[in-house]
Design a protein around this ligand. Structure first.
Ligand SMILES: [Zn+2]
Length: 410
């Protein structure tokens, strides 16, 4: 029997026991009737997105959760950022993340140029795209506020290049370092790009105006995160013979999904922030299930709350997630659908960053060998029937239950 699949990723949901929560984790403490319903209907376990104890980035974790080995496939972050920003990045291109910054007498005094408005930044981006002359074609595109992406056409081979971002204020920008000859050329082109951009930016009317208003000027570019297309053997839809759609707001994660062949399903009101419209997301999943075989849904704000070290906020966001899951459970035929829910990594409030702690996972739907776990949480799931698995096996386990895995051997 062929079934459809829904993979729900609650970004950074895993956490550690918190004293103020009587040593429970936020997901253990939160009132989550629907996550618990899912746990009762499914088989639970723990998963390590990379390997036990290894903190995962959002990009590498998502590659793994989509069934790819990040050590075989990952070639830097910039590629996903550029794809996520809507640039048609080619296999031979090299992409970077860029910040507008403020430089004074050779010293970076603000790495985000006073969080310059998106409108102003886009004006500056235009001036750079039109006036900088490089020996290769380039695309420079503004994102939000001080963020932008840069794509250098045809330089994928020279991807082993460093960054000029000193990551702290009060220091000079770095020179771009490089690991091989091909990357040396990239470094030289980047130095030239930054030099010309600085000249254009320093005298731009927007910055003249900001200077008069006493605001930090956006007169320098900090470039980091060199990345090129992942080396994936087969894209997701070809490998599993499914039509695959993704509902996701965050640019980096959108980029990963696009890179492995998912169609992005645009949904109004989803933001990747605390105010994201979880019900719009839930309704979009149910709607998309009519046309797609496999739906990926991303829920970001659990991670943001972890980065903020705000356990109350994290609990509030987990309840939002719970409402989303409730609607999906009420409107999907579980006999014909496999639903998996997990996180891409833990973001403990104590750490305020990604950690290497394993993440609870549940898989429910037709054919599942239901275990006796009654609630969704780190310690409850640790006793579940899935045991402890590597995150890259979640998709194959789903596809087996969905009747879409092929036999290996005779
Ligand atoms: Zn994060």
């Amino acid at each position: 029997m062929k079934r459809k699949g829904i993979l729900i990723i609650a970004d950074g949901i895993g956490d550690r026991p918190i004293k103020e929560l009587e040593w429970k984790t936020p997901v253990e403490h939160a009132n989550t009737p629907n996550l618990n319903r899912l746990a009762k209907l499914g088989i639970c376990g723990m998963q390590d997105p990379i390997f036990p104890g290894q903190p995962a980035g959002s990009d590498t974790a998502h590659l793994s959760l989509l069934g790819y080995d990040p050590y075989q496939t990952y070639r830097g972050r910039g590629y996903y950022e550029a794809l996520g920003a809507g640039i048609d990045v080619k296999e031979e291109d090299l992409a970077f993340r860029v910040n507008f910054a403020t430089i004074e007498n050779g010293i970076i005094i603000d790495r985000r140029a006073g969080r310059i408005s998106t409108e102003e930044a886009h004006e500056l981006v235009k001036a750079i795209q039109e006036n900088v002359k490089l020996p290769v074609e380039f695309i420079f595109k503004g994102a939000t506020s001080h963020r932008a992406v840069l794509v250098l056409r045809g330089l994928a081979e020279g991807y082993k290049v460093g960054e000029n971002d000193p990551h702290v204020e009060g220091r000079s920008p770095h020179k771009f370092d490089y690991e091989d000859e091909a990357s040396k050329r990239t470094a030289e082109i980047l130095e030239e790009f930054v030099r010309q951009a600085h000249e254009i930016l320093d005298n731009h009317p927007i910055n003249e105006k900001r200077r008069k208003e006493g605001k930090p000027v956006a007169n320098y570019l900090l470039i980091r995160g060199a990345g090129t297309a992942p080396k994936i053997p087969k894209k997701f839809p070809e490998q599993w013979k499914v039509r695959a759609g993704a509902i996701v707001a965050v640019a980096l994660v959108r980029g990963v999904l696009r890179a492995v062949g998912f169609e992005i399903i645009e949904v109004l009101g989803i933001t990747g922030e605390y105010d994201t419209d979880e019900m719009a997301k839930a309704k979009a999943v149910v709607e998309a299930l009519k046309d797609y075989d496999f739906i990926f849904v991303h829920f970001k704000p659990t991670d943001a709350a972890g980065h903020d070290g705000n356990y109350a906020k994290k609990i509030e966001m987990i309840k939002k997630l719970d409402r989303m899951v409730g609607y999906i459970l009420d409107n999907v035929d579980l006999e014909k659908t496999i639903i998996a829910l997990t996180g891409d990594h833990s973001t403990p409030c104590e750490v305020k960053n990604h950690s290497g702690d394993p993440v609870p996972v549940v898989i429910a739907g037709g054919g599942v060998r239901i275990d006796d776990i009654q609630e969704f949480g780190e310690r409850a799931c640790a006793k579940g029937g899935l045991g402890r698995i590597n995150g890259k096996y979640i998709v194959p386990i789903m596809m087996n239950l969905m009747g879409r895995a092929e036999k290996y051997g005779a």
